[in-house]
Design a protein around this ligand. Structure first.
Ligand SMILES: NC(=O)c1ccc[n+]([C@@H]2O[C@H](COP(=O)([O-])OP(=O)(O)OC[C@H]3O[C@@H](n4cnc5c(N)ncnc54)[C@H](OP(=O)(O)O)[C@@H]3O)[C@@H](O)[C@H]2O)c1
Length: 328
């Protein structure tokens, strides 16, 4: 295993998007490690699409490190309905935060992207070098383009200013995440929170079966959000020479996945078990399946010494408890 550099617990760390699912997990993890100088702003206090407000914030706070976990995110429906908002707001947030961080002398920054940056037909598992090798999935192309721009912003600032200004801006690309702070909205949530809610409601109303859209055969990968936070901090803290050995100046991002994927049918079984639902699970194969497989190649991160720790079973139990607390 490669060694991380020693940590300065007094460093001032700005977590952008600290009330979001990933940002809040990063704050939890940093606090648990003993970091106490964490700077946050709510969306209402600081709109990251506002260039002047972001400039003033960085001039005033001058953090040592930045985690950029703020983004406008949403499902297929939202991405299709509001493509202009998705591309504009994400580009603005990234450009403002990365440029103003640079102007304020921030040496270390971590940008959070998404697996949707990879081409729709990328070979599986999707490795970092699949970036910009083919057409993107149409439904979230504007969002993906903004995320690719975020990676390229980090790379370009490193290439132009890395040596002269001693900056080191990195990117991580998470697979599908779930866990504390997830959104359990009945119509507008990702697959795991949607299944948790459906099986929970089926259990409460003693329904004899739960019907799931599609054949149940597509394969997907899921990572617990606290593992994502731990991976983000691990990557941020890696020694520069080690990070540089494992990346290229123009391919500077690192995938963060669980390592293995499962079918939707296996996932449904695992969720029903975590919830304690005892009815049947059926599949409506007349409904669309989506891509047959979406699986990240996390070997770059694994070679650096990081592996996911939270099993799907543990993660689903924690996520279910979280949903119950939210509903109570
Ligand atoms: N969740 C996943 O499965 C997943 C998977 C892969 C990648 N990611 C990536 O991880 C990052 C964080 O995702 P998440 O799931 O944590 O999203 P989230 O829960 O929706 O959180 C996003 C955060 O960004 C803030 N934000 C949005 N627009 C802002 C603005 N204009 N100014 C200031 N703050 C703003 C939000 O604040 P408000 O709520 O107040 O607007 C929220 O706190 C994103 O880059 C996403 O692409 C997530």
């Amino acid at each position: 295993m490669e060694k991380n550099v020693s940590k300065e617990l007094s460093e001032k760390i700005y977590v952008a998007g600290h009330r979001g699912m990933v940002g809040s997990a990063i704050v939890r993890n940093l606090r648990a490690q003993g970091f106490s100088n964490i700077v946050t702003r709510t969306h209402a206090e600081l709109d990251l699409t506002n260039q002047l407000a972001v400039k003033n914030f960085f001039e005033q706070e001058k953090p040592d490190q930045v985690y950029l976990a703020a983004a406008k995110v949403g499902g297929i429906h939202a991405n299709n309905t509001f493509p202009a908002e998705f591309i504009y707001q994400n580009l603005m947030m990234e450009a403002n935060v990365i440029h103003q961080a640079f102007e304020a002398g921030v040496k270390k920054l971590l940008f959070l992207g998404s697996s949707c940056i990879y081409p729709k037909l990328a070979p599986q598992p999707m490795s970092e070098d699949a970036l910009l090798t083919g057409k993107l999935e149409e439904t979230n192309e504007p969002y993906a383009i903004a995320k690719i721009a975020g990676i390229k912003l980090c790379e370009s600032y490193n290439r132009q200013y890395g040596k002269t200004h001693d900056i080191d801006y990195r990117s991580v690309m998470p697979t599908n995440l779930y866990g504390l702070g997830d959104n359990y909205h009945p119509e507008n949530s990702h697959v795991i929170p949607a299944l948790i809610r459906r099986f929970h409601e089926a259990k409460l109303s003693n329904k004899s079966e739960v019907v799931i859209w599609g054949t149940g055969t597509p394969r997907r990968e899921f990572l617990y959000v606290d593992d994502m936070a731990a991976a983000s901090i691990f990557v941020m803290d890696l020694d520069k020479s080690i990070y540089d050995q494992h990346t290229e100046p123009m391919q500077n991002h690192i995938n963060v996945g669980f390592g293995t994927d499962i079918t939707i049918a296996e996932l449904a079984q695992a969720v029903s078990k975590a919830i304690g639902y005892e009815g049947k699970i059926n599949f409506d194969s007349s409904k669309p399946d989506g891509a047959p497989r979406k699986w990240m190649d996390s070997s770059r991160l694994n070679h650096l010494g990081w592996h996911a720790k939270v099993s799907l079973e543990q993660g689903l139990t924690l996520a279910y408890q979280d949903m119950l607390m939210k509903l109570s």
